[in-house]
Design a protein around this ligand. Structure first.
Ligand SMILES: C[S@@+](CC[C@H](N)C(=O)[O-])C[C@H]1O[C@@H](n2cnc3c(N)ncnc32)[C@H](O)[C@@H]1O
Length: 205
């Protein structure tokens, strides 16, 4: 597996070495109560990130099919998607082993039995699958080159009619990101805005 390891440790380190400091919090998302175990060296360990919350509240989920929560962290997006509709099957992936372990714990804690977690880099762990929807809060701190790869790689694993929904701070790459979406999907729309974030959507037509 390729690594996003850098000299200092970040939430996107593939194998964090920091002391595991465990936390637990609750959050109301799409009107329901969820509990999440988190730890050091995972993204937004104390509370649901504002961008994540916007994505969760505004994401458009198909009535049935396969959803990818790319870069799932401790699992909030995929777990809420799974709990919203038991007819959906959710695959959650992350490069960070600690995030993957927490996401597995949180699936059980929230009884999201229609979701599974896979460890790996970008789309490598799901090359065998075709999705109806991809949900992403991208690892901007890991660099925009990686974010670009996440966008450009999506059409390979999306079905016709499938969508790619990505939340990001509104001030980041204002004109460049729609250009990259257009390169990947031939279209780009704004699904929602709020709290300084926007959700960009691309569709396979
Ligand atoms: C901004 S965080 C979002 C986490 C979670 N989806 C949330 O909203 O709370 C981005 C996630 O992408 C993961 N990530 C970074 N590089 C990755 C890569 N190359 N492949 C897969 N996941 C990656 C990080 O480990 C991190 O958990």
């Amino acid at each position: 597996m390729r690594s996003t390891e850098q000299s200092t440790e970040h939430y996107f380190s593939s194998d964090p070495k920091s002391r595991f400091t465990f936390s637990l919090f609750s959050a109301i998302l799409r009107g329901r109560d969820f509990k999440f175990s988190t730890s050091s060296s995972v993204f937004s360990k104390k509370r649901i990130d504002l961008g994540t919350r916007l994505l969760i509240e505004k994401m458009i989920l198909p009535a049935e099919g396969l959803i990818l929560d790319l870069g799932c962290g401790y699992g909030a997006v995929g777990i809420v998607a799974a709990s919203t509709n038991p007819k959906l099957q959710i695959i959650m992936t992350d490069v960070n082993v600690r995030a993957v372990a927490l996401a597995r714990t949180n699936l059980k804690k929230n009884r999201a039995f229609n979701a599974k977690v896979r460890l790996g880099y970008l789309y490598e762990p799901v090359e065998d699958l075709i999705f109806n929807c991809i949900l992403l809060n991208p690892p901007v701190s890991a660099g925009m080159d990686l974010v670009k790869k996440m966008i450009l790689g999506a059409p390979e694993v999306l079905a016709t009619g499938g969508s790619f929904q990505m939340v990001i701070r509104s001030k980041i790459s204002g004109k460049t990101l729609p250009r990259i979406f257009n390169e990947a999907f031939g279209n780009c729309s704004i699904l929602s805005r709020g709290s300084g974030y926007r959700i960009l959507k691309g569709e396979i037509k």
